[in-house]
Write a protein that binds this ligand. Sequence first.
Ligand code: C2O
Length: 548
Amino acid sequence: GITRHYTFNIKYHNVTRLCHTRSLISVNGQFPGPRLVAREGDRVFVKVVNHVTNNITIHWHGVRQLGSGWADGPAYITQCPIQTGQTYTYNFTVTGQRGTLLWHAHISWLRCTLYGPIIILPKRNESYPFEKPYKEIPITFGEWFNVDQEAVISQALQTGAGPNVSDAYTINGLPGPLYNCSSKDTYRLKVKPGKTYLLRLINAALNDELFFSIANHTLTVVEADAVYVKPFETDKLLITPGQTTNVLLKTKPSFPNATFLMVAKPYVTGRGTFDNSSVAGILQYEQPSHNSSIKNLLLLKPTLPALNDTNFVANFTRKFRSLANAQFTATVPQTVDRKFFFTMGLGTMPCPQNTTCGGPTNSTKFIASVNNVSFVLPSVAMLQAHFFGKSNGVYTTDFPTKPPVPFNYTGTPPNNTNVSNGTRALVLQFNTSVELVMQDTSILGSESHPLHLHGFNFFVVGQGFGNYDPNKDPANFNLVDPVERNTVGVPAGGWLAIRFLADNPGVWFMHCHLDVHTSWGLKMAWIVLDGPQPNQKLPPPPSDLPKC
Ligand code: C2O
């Protein structure tokens, strides 16, 4: 591989959408941010210079960071933030991955405006295991707030209430014609007939899983989270925040007498306030110039699943299968060293004494937890504390491996809802083979949680609705061709089982990729210890690693 150098100047940039102008925090004055392009095997340096007043970190979402945990980016997990006027150079090698990922800020809600595609091309002499596309197009979904989203989340955390929802969803930063004052800000994908396009779909939205479809066109899914999958066709798909999906779009053989809307709208279960709006872009066949008589083209709209169509989502999630081809994919661990069961979901806590707050009742505030622990970020970075043996006062290593009382959801909320705050980590020996079952608690109504694990790809070996049954369900686990991903939805009112090999020493964050749930505490950290060999040890921190 070669070495690639990028500079990300974090600075303010005025952007107008929906007739509202905001001074956004941007990378290099671009919104959405620039593409990071590398080939498999390349080494990447990104020099991040902070010219704004907020603290900043950047995360390379899905990049495995093998032996480079200092470059992962989540604030107070692997690094202290880059403060105003400071610089930090992220340094990592892209190993054993090719496809689409995303980079985004990883502190508070700053990823609302600080995000962009990561495009990992195959090695020079390697081709795709599918038809070579005529063109490759990144399509990134996001959310637009007319106001500063940092004020939205800080007010919500102060009052204990649910935060205000965004004002629009966006495609490549553009809300599109279904919103007021927005038709000029519409994404147009201009295509030629009879060609194959590779669309690199990225969900960088803060708080919503999204359905997506293009009117009258079928998509062939070929890759997810920078791993090739067995191709399958679909006319609509679901993509959760943090997920990336590559699809092939075959255009019609001749010029159709129509233009086609591509639409994304949210998949929402069990939430009080939500935004049921849609972002649209236009798929436009570039008419040959001699064909000037074509006017008043039909504008066709796709049909999308209903807002809460959990069955569509579960069936769609099951369609992803690994190529199970040793050239491109790792093998799922066939045996397991340690098994864990995590309940996760939303709940409530009493308001601080003598106050009323804005949760589901006047005396409660929203909280979220894993095994009844609502994770609290420390004020110094866990990875440094771990590396220098100074965990005292920073974190404890007693993260519960199962919920405090056995979980049983039978349609009424379980009674084990006592949540405590803590910075508690779960320690794994190097090369432990892990099986983790995650169960949605459905305490405040069942809700899907797009779970993201840093530092690893995991294999999705099983999923189901209702209670996970350790005596029955493992018999149906897929240990042949389970999909390998870094983010997957734990189904609303159900469970999901993953396996991964803890072959990457460091401190690795795991959290719901709905930012509001992360803010409420649906997060935890794994610590993977060094292995015996020199190449199985976490190297010392780079000298420019920011200090808290
Ligand atoms: Cu895409 Cu921890 O994040």
